[in-house]
Design a protein around this ligand. Structure first.
Ligand code: F6P
Length: 366
């Protein structure tokens, strides 16, 4: 078989490990040929931009961040500068003689993959998102590394916050979900965690700061998910993005917004750290390398078994395939009633709101 592989959307730690697993398992287990498509779906527009991938090409890739295939956020062949260029993609796949195409991507790229699948393209998806918001898989690769990076940053802020008696705000990614904030906040020993699923109230954050002061703690660590917002308010978007469709809106300034309000209410010294794309870079954790490797090998197996129109997913410990249509249909959000939120509260972490969590739902892994 001749199999194409592309990486779409934002990068995530573990992308290269998936590419490596695809190449190695395709060649070693099935004697297949792998073609790397460059820069996401853009590489299948006319003329195609591809490179063959050998075992030599993927040597050492398991630990390397980024994607050797390149990626782009602006290559939706169904709408490039207002034009539908999807036919070019179908023609390229035919011209390249691909028997299957593995698309490694998040919600956006998998939605494009699904549309192509409906047009007859033989596609298998691999879930990639540091945000961990795809409901069809209990966890996606990249999330664990992002949490490790954020948790490490919180550790570092603890000591400087304590030394300077400051309120330190750290903004982490996650788009409309609070998985990275909640996981890294618990892991890093944050005092307040603000997530989009639980709109906050400034008074609650101030209350927590005062409570700590009474206990002799002159500093506070507040983890803010980039999509967090005040009760009755809305997320903090880049100015002109307010009018764009939700998936195209860029988030900016959530932590600064809350920090200014808390600073004004308390008169305390505050600082903001925005972790940004550091969460997407660097060496993937062993957890993400293993998951990425399983997803890569699983995707090749799905192509060999002609299980097209599906995405590899993990359910607890078990790998399985879910229809792409199902994979893109539901966003996984943190449930305020979850065991994870309950755990945070049980440890005295403020969620910036009154939450009656009863711990009835499962935790991080869905
Ligand atoms: O979806 C992954 C993610 O890193 C989000 O957490 C974040 O909001 C977004 O991508 C940032 O995208 P960009 O690379 O366009 O700044």
């Amino acid at each position: 078989m001749k199999i194409g592989v592309l990486t779409g959307g934002g990068d995530a730690p573990g992308l290269n490990a998936v590419v490596r697993a695809i190449v190695k398992s395709a060649i070693c287990e099935y004697g297949s040929e792998i073609v790397g498509i460059l820069n996401g779906f853009g590489g299948l527009l006319s003329p195609p931009s591809v490179r063959p991938l050998s075992l030599h090409d993927v040597r050492g890739l398991v630990a390397r961040g980024g994607t050797v295939l390149g990626t782009t956020l602006r290559a939706n062949p169904f709408a490039i500068e207002g034009k539908d260029r999807s036919k070019e993609v179908l023609d390229s796949v035919r011209w390249l003689g691909l028997d299957g195409l593995v698309v490694i991507g998040g919600q956006g790229s998998l939605t494009i993959a699904h549309r192509f699948s409906e047009k007859g393209l033989k596609v298998v998806g691999v879930p990639k998102t540091i945000d961990n918001e795809l409901a069809a898989t209990s966890v996606s690769f990249g999330f664990n590394t992002a949490v490790a990076t954020a948790s490490d940053a919180i550790d570092k802020l603890q000591t400087t916050a304590e030394s300077h008696h400051r309120v330190m705000f750290i903004e982490v990614m996650g788009r409309s979900t609070g998985w990275i904030a909640l996981a890294s906040g618990i892991s890093g020993g944050a005092d307040v965690i603000l997530i989009p699923e639980i709109p906050y109230r400034i008074e609650r954050i101030v209350e927590k700061i005062h409570e700590r002061k009474l206990q002799g703690r002159e500093y506070t660590i507040v983890v803010v998910a980039e999509g967090a917002f005040e009760e009755g308010g809305s997320p903090s978007y880049m100015g002109e993005d307010e009018r764009k469709p939700p998936e195209d809106r860029r988030l900016i300034g959530a932590a600064e917004r809350v920090a200014r309000a808390v600073g004004a209410a308390t008169g305390l010294d505050w600082r903001v750290t925005v972790l940004g794309h550091l969460q997407r870079g660097g060496v993937p954790t062993p957890h993400d390398r293993i998951l990425a490797t399983r997803f890569g090998a699983g995707a090749v197996r799905a192509v060999q078994e002609k299980a097209f129109g599906k995405m590899v997913a993990i359910d607890g410990a078990q790998m399985h395939l879910v229809p792409l249509a199902e994979a893109i249909s539901k966003v996984k959000r943190v449930s305020p009633e979850s065991e994870l939120v309950w755990t945070a509260r049980a440890l005295g972490i403020s969620l910036g709101a009154q939450v009656a969590a009863n711990g009835s739902h499962a935790s991080l892994d869905g």
